[in-house]
Write a new protein. Structure first.
Length: 364
């Protein structure tokens, strides 16, 4: 038996939710697949208020945005079928999508597909990196913000990008001590506003430093860190021990693109976007006709950009099937303008460079 929706959306995070909502609002029948038991993806982990404009829910906390989008989805339940605990396990040349839905193998033949599969956390290699008490930043956010569980009492954070800074602040709000934030680069990668809050709380941010090893009997008890030079060599005599029971790794994300490889999309390794990403056109359609992308699988950005990309992908996939709103042209232009603004300025330069490489040589 095949399920045959107009559009299948893979992933119920910010991009997938917006894609499903947008396509359903103009009349398409949508099947939304989410591997977890809750919707929202990274939004449910984010208790901080968003930047940007009102259109990107500025000054609203990520967890509240997730609930808002979920409520809007509920209002469209006559057009949106939601499968939770549903993992996409195969995407084939004939357009068939296979899914493990609560342990039941199902086959779907949608007319269009939007992949909003998100990203995986990157990891670090160092001695004893498998000790209990070593987590990725996303896992720590899930423990605290979804399940209400403290990961430990004293945390060493590895990585001073936005996620490392934000999670450090969330840890402190939960009553967990942050011993230090260690950053291998000579400068902090995250926004100054986040770094300033951390420093005002008395937490040192140690740039040009790295973790050397974790120590402990059966679980993390301490970590050895050291300064690194411009060639990433450890500076002799700079090693020191930081007592801690948690080491949190926040060294970036990489797009979760296995299904797109399997589908036969043209892929490129683009460092600025976090790894291998699919080549796409302005409408976010890949080199496989009818397969669209949105969110972190297109390249690692903020959740605000993921939501706008989801809106654009949902708009374009639906329009390609004849579901076109009277405001289609205006909405499309508005999405592209929002993305341009979100990627403007010095902070967006890396993304702009990466996207220029991901979009080239792909004719509409």
């Amino acid at each position: 038996m095949f399920y045959e929706p107009d559009i299948a959306v893979i992933g119920g995070g910010p991009a997938g939710l917006m894609a499903a909502l947008t396509a359903a609002e103009v009349g398409a029948k949508v099947l939304l697949l989410e591997r977890d038991g809750h919707l929202g993806g990274q939004l449910v982990k984010q208790t901080h208020k968003f930047f940007g404009s009102e259109k990107q829910h500025a000054s609203v906390r990520g967890i509240a945005i997730a609930k808002l989008l979920e409520n809007e989805l509920h209002d469209l339940q006559d057009r949106v079928s939601l499968w939770q605990d549903a993992t996409a396990i195969g995407l084939y040349e004939d357009g068939v999508l296979t899914v493990d839905h609560g342990g039941v193998y199902k086959k779907i033949r949608p007319k269009k597909i939007i992949a909003a599969t998100g990203a995986n956390e990157k990891y670090l290699l160092f001695p004893n990196n498998d000790l209990p008490g070593i987590y990725g930043a996303g896992a720590v956010q899930t423990m605290m913000n979804v399940h209400g569980v403290k990961p430990g009492h004293r945390v060493l954070m590895i990585g001073a990008g936005n996620i490392g800074l934000i999670v450090s602040y969330q840890l402190m709000q939960a009553g967990v001590e942050v011993a230090a934030i260690v950053e291998g680069l000579p400068t902090i990668g995250g926004y100054v506003v986040h770094a300033s809050k951390i420093r005002r709380a008395g937490v040192p941010i140690l740039t040009s430093h790295t973790i050397v090893r974790a120590d402990g009997e059966g679980a993390v008890e301490s970590a050895v860190i050291a300064e690194v030079d411009a060639a990433w060599n450890i500076v002799a005599g700079s090693e020191r021990t930081i007592p801690c029971d948690v080491i949190c790794i926040s060294v970036g994300l990489s797009p979760l693109a296995e299904l797109l490889w399997q589908a036969g999309c043209e892929m490129r390794y683009i460092r600025e976007l976090g790894g291998h990403v699919p080549v796409r056109n302005e409408s976010l359609e890949t080199t496989v006709s009818g397969l669209y992308i949105a969110g972190d699988v297109t390249g690692i950005e903020e959740a605000s950009a993921a939501m706008v990309e989801g809106h654009l992908a949902g708009l374009e996939a639906a329009a390609s099937l004849g579901f076109r709103s009277p405001d289609y042209d205006h909405e499309r232009k508005d999405c592209l303008e929002q993305l341009r603004q979100l990627r403007s300025g010095p902070q967006g330069e890396k993304i702009r460079v990466g996207l220029s490489r991901a979009e080239e040589q792909h004719a509409d």
